[in-house]
Design a protein around this ligand. Structure first.
Ligand code: 5AD
Ligand code: SF4
Length: 471
């Protein structure tokens, strides 16, 4: 069998796309291999969201060129494919900078991988069309064995692209206009996943709560209505969705958090900044107070909901006072977790032309302060779990013998110690301790005996193990 190595950078959608490319290539007789060495085909699924992500791709390509050259000397042909958002944004420029690349394929064209690979055998090929034809309709369904190998939690892309045009963001250019998959197609995919043991699905899209796919009555259905259908699928116990824009958080979606037990009490709702002046310059089209009121309504529907956000520091023109507004918002809301980034000017976006760029040193300082506040609230949220009993979906073996790892409804990683393999079970766990990246507990009803497992007793052995599980 031919071997393919797929490496995905960036967001959850790239993870999903990587799996779908593995499914397509599986039909072409490729099996996946965890390392690039020895692979016949190496595929980088790239991210263009910040400049650092792009630079990583070129560094990686340099290493892959060396592997290709070394394998050539041994008589093995290696083909290198660049897929994803850098492929879309930079196209043929990638092959100019790294001639070892055989094929550049954008995120809307990868369903044509087999024919493009064929073509790339004859000449270097670039396909970065943003076609209107439905890529999803052309993708092969994953095989039961592939689904099982990927575990009991799965991502399902339901929406792609974005029409919001935030001033800093490349997504509307790399992924194109908003597109929503029809409900029937999504249901077929989720039913297939559930039949092979998937219990936990995250519906993903660049702006997923703007979802408006064709429903069974031929009309556009919103995300909430579609989630009601997903909740009916036998075996699907947990539903999440990511990523959302505050302005698309409609009443039905908020009500779904109250009415559907399968919809988890977790919401990733990026706000980006706390200053109205900056929010306006970012073209976010909402104020900080509108965001606060929205969060209040979500909390009324589901008081225990865990919230998370993305933040950008150092957007052009951000003053100290503007930044303090971000800190104030973070302290008021008390996010369970958040991502934060230094602003990175992206070619072709409106913000890249703004003159008042914030000095790097100032950005560094602000990022550090913001991250400290985010971490403070994350720890507070996790410590508040100690002593509570929560449902944990056990997903995989822990790093140490007799440990199993799973997640709470609030997306916190949990480790329990147990003698039996209960992967796939939803168990009630008494949380006993909060580590820096995981919670630790025991199954409710099991005796609270001192642990015999040194890994559970020694904090030094414990913490590095948990890093892998951080969401
Ligand atoms: N610079 C820094 N961060 C960015 N993001 C998007 N574009 C940029 C940029 N140019 C962040 C936003 C978004 C997350 C996915 O990445 O916070 O929500
Ligand atoms: Fe980018 Fe999200 Fe804004 Fe769309 S809503 S432009 S994906 S940051």
């Amino acid at each position: 069998m031919k071997k393919v190595h797929i490496k995905s950078f960036g967001c959850q959608m790239n993870v999903y796309d990587g799996q779908r490319m593995a499914d397509i290539l599986g039909e072409q007789g490729f099996e996946e291999t965890p390392t690039p060495e020895g692979a016949d085909l190496i595929l980088l699924n790239t991210c263009h969201i910040r400049d650092r992500a792009v630079q990583k791709v070129y560094t990686e390509l340099g290493k892959l060129r060396d592997i290709k050259t070394a394998q050539k000397a041994q008589g093995q042909d290696t083909r290198i494919v660049v897929a994803g958002c850098v492929a879309q944004a930079e196209g043929a420029e990638i092959q100019r900078r790294q001639p070892a690349v055989d094929l550049v394929v954008g995120p809307q064209a990868y369903h044509r991988l087999p024919e493009l690979l064929e073509q790339a055998q004859r000449r270097r090929t670039v396909d970065t069309d943003l076609p209107i034809d439905d890529k999803f309709g052309h993708l092969p369904a994953p095989k039961p064995a592939a689904i099982r190998a990927r575990g009991i939690s799965a991502f399902v892309t339901v929406q792609e692209g974005c029409d919001k045009f935030c001033a800093f963001c490349v997504v509307p250019y790399t992924r194109g206009a908003e597109f929503s998959r029809p409900v029937a197609q999504i249901m077929a995919e989720i039913e297939r996943l559930a039949a092979s043991g998937v219990q936990d699905v995250t519906l993903i899209g660049q702006n997923v709560n703007a979802y408006h796919g064709e429903g069974s009555d031929g009309r556009a259905w919103g995300l909430a209505r579609s989630m009601h259908r997903v909740a009916e699928v036998q075996g699907i116990h947990r539903i999440r969705y990511s990523t959302s824009h505050p302005n698309d958080m409609d009443d039905d979606l908020i009500a779904a958090h109250r009415d559907l037990p399968q919809v988890m009490p977790f919401l990733h709702l990026p706000v980006q900044a706390g200053s109205d002046r900056i929010l306006s310059a970012m073209n976010r089209k909402h104020t900080a107070d509108e965001y606060r009121r929205l969060i209040e309504r979500v909390r009324q529907a589901r008081p225990d909901i865990a919230l998370s956000s993305d933040f950008i520091v150092g957007f052009p023109g951000e003053s100290d006072a503007d930044f303090e507004e971000t800190i104030r918002l973070v302290d008021e809301i008390g996010f369970a977790s958040s991502y934060s980034f230094k602003y990175s000017p992206r070619p072709g976006t409106p913000a890249a032309d703004l003159r008042e760029q914030v000095p790097l040193g100032v950005m560094d300082e602000r990022l550090q302060r913001l991250q400290a506040r985010i971490e403070h609230h994350r720890q507070a949220f996790n410590h508040a779990m100690v002593g509570r009993t929560v449902e944990v979906l056990l997903e995989r073996a822990g790093r140490h013998p007799r440990q199993l790892a799973g997640k709470t409804p609030y997306l916190q990683a949990v480790q329990i110690e147990t003698e039996t393999n209960q992967i796939g079970d939803r168990v009630q766990v008494v949380i006993e301790r909060a580590g820096s990246n995981s919670l630790f507990g025991r199954k409710a009803g099991e005796p609270d005996t001192p642990s015999q497992n040194p890994a559970m007793l020694d904090p030094a052995a414990r913490d590095p193990a948990n890093k892998d599980l951080a969401a």
